[in-house]
Design a protein around this ligand. Structure first.
Ligand SMILES: [Zn+2]
Length: 540
């Protein structure tokens, strides 16, 4: 009978390992049994595991490697005639040069250029030679690229876009040896063993290096002071758990040095599905490094998963992101998940929205979607973000460039009210929407009245009153807010709509009504340049 190993879910990091192990074996065509809280593998699956391990990374991530990039560039250049090549020569050539200087390519570069640091006067023949050499060493290069290199002395990963070195001290990555240890361990008589595995409780009999191969965690002894180091040496794990932890990098989705693991652990099935969706999102549409956002991946994965699980009760989800040498943890509570689900359209309308601010000579770029997601993950409301977007739009300064319109800001108002008021059922969603949409309409109506009297009102009066209202909102000063509303309506000679006075109820309502009102007040005629569902279809 084949010996089987059952591996149960535990904390987030172990779970990432379990998902990683599943991914590696599944990719290799092995049939892994999935229980509710465990996976079960046959001991035979450990044969050639090292190969399966690296193949998983190589084949999953090839599209986002330097190897892929350099091959594309070579193919472009090779297929041009000399004159054409000269035109787009330099930029592409510099890129190729840069890549060839990275450690996985060092050998090849030396072979071709005899220690010259750059190549000049490159002709088709040389380009083809490079291509041929690269093709010959494809697997070796890709493997090196995926592993990267953890620099123990500097305690950082040396290859920004590598994968494994973000999670594991690559100097301590010994797959084959650990697989053998697992096999030996299973055969051993463990009745005399006196220690317990820190993770799974299996009996063990000796100390090794514990969990110190895991980076950026409590167990990362390289980062800790000596007394903690002394403490953590007490932590020992069995070979099976070590083997699972080695698979952590395969459980995360890691693109351009940014990682994501969604610890949605209702069941193993769910955990695997959610993270597979995230991986497909991340690698499905190739984005450039600047456009890549773990937030977008997370959001799309969660939305897809929640559409498939509509009949399931939502559950809190733990999200772990790896960025800039650190793990970042957040919880998406089930209430927040509901808001995300009910505001999906509004949220996705903000996908490519940005503002940029000129700092001295450089433009600093801010993605509104990332801002919004950071707020959601950290449990902040959207008032500050709405405020910013309104001010930037009204300011019309040369130092600020924006690509959004008031429809986008309106969508943010809707997301915000859903977040603040909750969306326990469809009636509530509708009620929320109606409230902000009414407040916006009043603002829009006032705007029209101003413009009727003075077509230039946009440049002076409307801006002036907007600033004053925003100022009142920022300081949550309902008196100042109402004072400005009253004088505005006196100016156009009309009575204040009753609903606006709801703003006096409390600070939250002041923000909800107030910001929607100012959005409408600046709300243009909605024949906007960005005609991508700016939220104008809810006019009723
Ligand atoms: Zn164990």
């Amino acid at each position: 009978m084949t010996e089987k190993i059952r591996i149960y879910l535990s904390d987030w990091q172990y779970n990432a390992g379990v998902v990683g192990l599943y991914n590696i074996l599944d990719h290799a065509g092995d049939e892994v049994r999935i229980g509710d809280q465990y996976i079960e593998i046959d001991i035979e699956m450990l044969e050639n595991f090292e190969e399966k391990y690296f193949n998983y990374f190589i084949e999953t991530y090839e599209k986002v490697t330097d190897y892929h990039k350099i091959m594309n560039k070579l193919n472009i250049l090779i297929n041009l005639d000399d004159e054409q090549r000269l035109k787009i020569y330099e930029k592409n050539l510099n890129d190729i040069n840069k890549i060839l200087k990275r450690p996985p390519y060092e050998e090849i570069r030396k072979r071709i250029f005899d220690n010259q640091s750059n190549f000049k006067n490159v002709n088709k023949a040389i380009l083809e030679k490079i291509k041929k050499e690269l093709e010959k060493e494809r697997n070796k290069i890709l493997k090196k690229e995926c592993i990267g290199h953890y620099n123990q002395r500097k305690r950082t990963s040396r290859e920004p876009n590598a994968i494994i070195d973000k999670y594991i001290n690559t100097n301590m990555l010994h797959i084959k040896k650990t697989c053998n240890e697992v096999k030996e361990y299973l055969e051993k008589d463990k009745s005399n063993f006196e220690l317990d595995c820190f993770i799974c409780g299996n009996k063990i009999n000796n100390f090794g290096k514990g969990l110190s191969f895991l980076l950026n965690t409590f167990f990362d002894t390289n980062r800790k002071l000596s007394h903690i180091w002394n403490f953590s040496i007490d932590i020992e794990i069995c070979p099976i758990c070590k083997f699972v932890y080695y698979c952590v990098p395969a459980g995360f989705v890691t693109v351009y040095g940014k990682g994501l693991f969604i610890n949605s652990n209702r069941s193993l099935q769910d955990l695997i599905k959610t993270n597979t969706t995230a991986r497909m999102e991340a690698l499905g549409i190739l984005r450039s490094e600047n456009e890549f956002s773990t937030y977008k991946i997370l959001m799309n994965a969660i939305n897809k998963q929640s559409r498939q699980n509509l009949h399931h009760e939502l559950q809190d989800v733990q999200v772990i992101r790896y960025d800039d040498g650190k793990y970042r943890f957040n919880i998406l509570s089930k209430d927040v998940l509901k808001v995300i689900r009910e505001s999906e359209e509004e949220i996705s309308s903000l996908m490519n929205i940005y503002y940029k601010i000129k700092q001295k000579t450089k433009w600093e770029y801010f993605n509104v979607y990332d801002n919004l997601m950071a707020n959601i993950l950290n449990n902040y409301n959207m008032f500050t973000l709405i405020h910013k977007l309104l001010i930037f739009k009204i300011a019309e300064s040369d130092m600020i460039v924006t690509n959004y319109h008031m429809g986008h800001v309106m969508n943010l108002n809707i997301i915000n009210i859903n977040y603040l008021k909750g969306v326990e059922n469809m009636d509530k969603v509708k009620e929320n929407r109606e409230l902000v949409s009414k407040a916006r309409k009043y603002g829009y109506y006032l705007r029209q009245k101003y413009l009727d009297r003075d077509p230039e009102a946009d440049k002076n009066r409307i801006r002036g009153i907007s600033y004053r209202l925003l100022n009142a909102l920022k300081t949550r000063n309902s008196e100042m807010f109402m004072h400005n509303i009253i004088t505005s309506y006196m100016y156009i000679g009309e009575i204040i709509p009753k609903n606006i006075t709801l703003a006096l109820e409390n600070e939250e309502m002041l923000g909800i009504i107030g910001y929607a009102f100012v959005t409408g007040l600046n709300g243009g005629d909605y024949k906007d340049e960005n005609n991508d569902n700016g939220g104008e279809n809810d006019e009723n």
